[in-house]
Design a binder for this molecule. Structure first.
Ligand SMILES: Cc1cc2nc3c(=O)[nH]c(=O)nc-3n(C[C@H](O)[C@H](O)[C@H](O)COP(=O)(O)O)c2cc1C
Length: 330
């Protein structure tokens, strides 16, 4: 028997596969399906700052920097009605799925400012969520905002949310920092128990016929995993917080790579949208098969074995690998 059990920010999980945040989990039947297919935990879709009671000034400060006018900027905001779930319904959903599910349920908040909306962290906890994931999705456009100021806002937001809850807090981030290790270290000091790396920023496209900016959501492929592997491998052992990889996990091989790099769990969304929720079962059996064939008796035994601190050539994760990679292309 291969032991797939692991832990993630203090939660005991039966295996390292977590269904990441998306609309799929707005339907409790899908959560049941994920549970049956073997998911170790589910991260619910996010409650967005824009949906919640907004302290408008705070939000404006973040979102409207660099835009020409408030009215124009508002046209890019999501319409509240596009979201099926009002905040109260979200809280009810947690109540409902917690009563009927064996696996941990992680709530999700998505925002940038340290405003009144963060009281929902507490409501998510009270509704029974086992943990909270905070997705900070921020695109700076103001030429006078320094990276230090922006990062300080991240730390303050994490501190404020942490003060409101006792359940574990994961922070989902983008890869676009000058010093990812320093930012992770400071967010950990601000109270994060885990990091979810990395957010995919959905890049807008330009419709050249109608001269419009069009949203363009493309699902991931396994190629995207590499960026995550590099940073999980570099951060493993440098921070105490657990690492979850999101972005490009589609197969058992992707799960094995994620854990070897240093992640505690691998998260999936695109693969489940493409192949159906039952795909979790296939990925789990591929993971188990690989471990068995290669004489490992547990997922824990491969944890971090390919992290920067454990590989023979640590520079492979650094700049030194750049010339070698370019030279290897024939
Ligand atoms: C349709 C769709 C909806 C998503 N909704 C959310 C969300 O509400 N909150 C969030 O934090 N991430 C959301 N995500 C991001 C996923 O949780 C995940 O981090 C990302 O898709 C990368 O993983 P993947 O390669 O497995 O898709 C969404 C992704 C997709 C494709």
């Amino acid at each position: 028997m291969i032991d797939l059990s692991t832990s993630y920010m203090g939660l005991k999980l039966k295996n390292p596969i977590v269904a990441s945040s998306s609309y799929l989990w707005q339907d409790p039947k899908n959560i049941k399906k994920a549970d049956k297919s073997g998911a170790a935990a589910v991260v619910l879709h996010s409650l967005f700052e824009e949906q919640l009671e907004i302290e408008q000034e705070e939000l404006n400060k973040f979102l409207l920097q660099g835009t020409e006018s408030y009215a124009e900027a508002l046209t890019y905001f999501p319409e509240i009605k596009e979201f099926k779930f009002a905040p109260d319904e979200y809280i009810e959903l947690i109540n409902e799925v917690k009563a009927d599910s064996e696996i941990p349920i992680i709530g999700s908040l998505n925002g940038v400012s340290d405003g009144g909306w963060i009281k929902y962290a507490q409501k998510i906890e009270e509704a029974g969520a086992d943990a909270l994931e905070l997705n900070i999705y921020y695109i700076p456009t103001d030429t006078s905002a320094t990276s230090g100021e922006i990062e300080e806002n991240y730390y303050n937001l994490v501190k404020s949310i942490k003060q409101k809850i006792r359940i574990p807090l994961a922070v989902k981030l983008s890869p676009y920092f000058s010093s990812t290790p320093n930012v992770l270290n400071n967010i950990e000091k601000s109270g994060a128990d885990a990091f979810v790396i990395f957010n995919r920023f959905y890049q807008p496209d330009i419709d050249i016929k109608n001269l419009e900016i069009t949203p363009n959501l493309v699902l991931s492929t396994s190629e995207e995993l590499r960026l995550r592997l590099r940073w999980a491998a570099i951060m493993y052992g440098k921070i105490k917080s657990d690492i979850a990889i999101t972005g490009g996990v589609h197969t058992g091989t992707d799960v094995i790579k994620s854990i070897m790099a240093g992640a505690k769990v691998s998260m999936m969304t695109s693969a489940l949208i493409k192949n159906g929720i039952g795909h979790i079962e296939k990925v789990l059996s591929e993971t188990t098969e690989w471990l068995s064939k290669n004489d490992y008796d547990s997922i824990k035994s491969i944890q971090g074995i390919m992290s920067q601190k454990n590989v023979l050539e640590p520079s492979a994760y650094e700049r030194a690998n750049y010339m070698k990679t370019l030279g290897s292309y024939k």
